[in-house]
Design a protein around this ligand. Structure first.
Ligand code: B12
Length: 285
C-alpha cells in the first residue's frame, strides 16, 4: 500500500496504483517508467511513483492519457483523429507532433499511425475545405505539418536484410497531392524495396528518362483525385512498359478502382498494408 501524506511529492504510490489513476494497464505504466517518461524509483524492492510526479505526467500527457485507449494493443483511433484534425486545422504543429509521438510511444505501430490517424485526419481537413470552412492555405499548412511528422517517423519503416527489388513512387502528372505517395514509399521500404520517391510534378517523359538510368521493378502511382485522367494513366503505363516490359505499374489511393486498372494495364491494390505482399505475388520479385 502507498503511504499517503498531504502533499503530492510526499505521497508515494505503487506502480499499480499509478496505473489505476492513469486508467492504463500496469505494463503501459511500466513501459513509461522504463523509458524515463514517468519518474519512479525503487523502495522496498518495488517501484514507487510520487503522486506529484504523476500529476505532472498527467498534465503533460493530457491529450491521450485521459483516454481509455492505452490498454496494450488498443488505440482509440477515432479520438486521436478528432484531436489531430483539430490541431492540423489550428496549425499547431508542435502539439500535433507531440500527439503522434505519444501514440507511437504507447505502442501503436507506425504503419497504423499512417493509415488510421494521419490519413483520416487529412481526409477530414479535406471535408472542411469542401464545406467551405477553410481555404487552400489551411490545407497546405496541414499538409506541411503532416509531412514533417512523417519525416520523423520515416526511419521506422526501414528494413534490413535482402532486398526485394527497386520501386519508384509518384503521383500522376498534374496531381499535386503528394502525401499518399510518400506513405506508399515508406510502406515499400518496410516491405524490403529500395525506393526512389519522386512525389508529385514528374511528367511521363521525365519518368521515362529516369527509368533509363534507374531501372525499377515497380512503379507505384498514388491517385488522390477521383476524376482520374484515364488516358494519361494509360500512357504512363505504356511508356513504362515500352522499355521495361517486366515492370509492374501499381495504382492505389482514393481515385483508384479495379476498372481503372483494367482500362490502363495497371494493378490496383486497395490496402496500403497489403502492398508489398500483393507485389510479391504479382511481380514475383
Ligand atoms: C492537402 C490537400 C491538397 C493540397 C495538396 C498538397 C500536397 N503537397 O500534397 C493542395 C492544396 C495542393 C490541394 C489541391 C487540390 N485539391 Co486537394 N486535398 C488535400 C487533402 C485535404 C489531403 C490530401 C492528402 O494528403 N491525404 C492524405 C493521404 C495520405 O490520404 P490518401 O491519399 O487517401 O492515401 C491513403 C490511401 O488512399 C492509400 N493510398 C494512397 N495512395 C496509394 C497508392 C497505393 C499503390 C496504395 C496501395 C494505397 C494508396 O494509402 C494512404 C493511407 O491510407 C484532400 C482530402 C482527402 N480526402 O484526401 C483534398 C482533396 C484530395 N483535394 C481535392 C481537390 C478538389 C483539390 C483541388 C482540385 C482544389 C482546387 N480547386 O484547386 C486541387 C487540385 C490540385 C492538383 N492539381 O492536384 C478533393 C478531391 C475531390 C475529388 N472528387 O477527387 C479532396 C478530396 C478534398 C475534398 N474533400 O473535396 N489539395
Amino acid at each position: 500500500m502507498a503511504e499517503y501524506a498531504s502533499d503530492g511529492d510526499a505521497e508515494l504510490l505503487t506502480l499499480q496504483e499509478a496505473a489505476d489513476r492513469l486508467r492504463v494497464h500496469y505494463m503501459t505504466a511500466y513501459r513509461w517508467v522504463r523509458r524515463g517518461e514517468l519518474p519512479a524509483f525503487k523502495a522496498g524492492g518495488r517501484l514507487r511513483v510520487r503522486a506529484g510526479d504523476l500529476d505532472r505526467f498527467l498534465a503533460d500527457r493530457e491529450v491521450d492519457v485521459a483516454l481509455p485507449s492505452l490498454a496494450p494493443g488498443r488505440t482509440d483511433w477515432p479520438t486521436h483523429v478528432d484531436r489531430l484534425t483539430e490541431l492540423l486545422l489550428q496549425g499547431s504543429g508542435v502539439e500535433a507532433g507531440g500527439l503522434v509521438r505519444k501514440v507511437v510511444a504507447d505502442g501503436a505501430p507506425v504503419g497504423e499511425v499512417y493509415i488510421n490517424l494521419l490519413a483520416p485526419a487529412l481526409h477530414r481537413v479535406g471535408a472542411e475545405w469542401a464545406a467551405g470552412r477553410i481555404g487552400i492555405a489551411h490545407e497546405h499548412r496541414a499538409t506541411a505539418i503532416t509531412a514533417g511528422i512523417m519525416a520523423r517517423l520515416g526511419d521506422n519503416f526501414r528494413r534490413r536484410g535482402p532486398r526485394r527489388g527497386v520501386a519508384v513512387t509518384l503521383t500522376l502528372p498534374g496531381d499535386e497531392h503528394g502525401l499518399g505517395s510518400a506513405m506508399v514509399a515508406d510502406f515499400l521500404r518496410a516491405g524490403g524495396y529500395d525506393v526512389h520517391h519522386l512525389g508529385s510534378g514528374v511528367g511521363i517523359e521525365d519518368l521515362r528518362s529516369f527509368l533509363e538510368v534507374v531501372p525499377v521493378d515497380v512503379v507505384a502511382v498514388s491517385l488522390t483525385v477521383i476524376d482520374v485522367d484515364v488516358d494519361l494513366l494509360r500512357s504512363l503505363v505504356q511508356e513504362v512498359r515500352a522499355d521495361h516490359p517486366d515492370t509492374v505499374v501499381v495504382i492505389g489511393g482514393q481515385g483508384a478502382t479495379d476498372e481503372l486498372g483494367e482500362a490502363t494495364g495497371a494493378v490496383h491494390v486497395v490496402e496500403l498494408a497489403d502492398l508489398a505482399a500483393r507485389l510479391y505475388s504479382v511481380a514475383d520479385v
